[in-house]
Design a protein around this ligand. Structure first.
Ligand SMILES: [Zn+2]
Length: 94
């Protein structure tokens, strides 16, 4: 499981795509936000599940409505703990 910077500017944020979606002309302009973060998880059962986030969406998923800050790294680590060592930990911070 890894958290790395995305360097492919043609890769759009998954959350923005989910939020704004497509119209008859293709992706909504707001959905075409280049991703900054690449989150990749690997389990023995499911290989390389990848999610891309732009910075505002990464901030969104890290700042909870009750004011708690729950970083992507912590979220990854907690997810890893759920797998009780069956996942490989490889977190690269900015
Ligand atoms: Zn986004």
């Amino acid at each position: 499981m890894s958290l790395t910077r995305n360097h492919n500017s043609n890769q759009y944020c998954d959350l923005c795509k989910y939020r704004w979606g497509q119209n008859k002309n293709g992706w909504d302009l707001r959905a075409m936000t280049p991703a900054v973060w690449k989150v990749q998880s690997e389990t023995p059962l499911r290989k390389a599940q990848v999610r891309f986030y732009c910075q505002p969406c990464a901030d969104d998923v890290q700042n909870w409505p009750d004011g708690t800050f729950y970083s992507l790294k912590e979220q990854l680590e907690d997810a890893i703990n759920d797998f009780a060592g069956r996942e490989k930990l490889n977190v690269e911070l900015p």
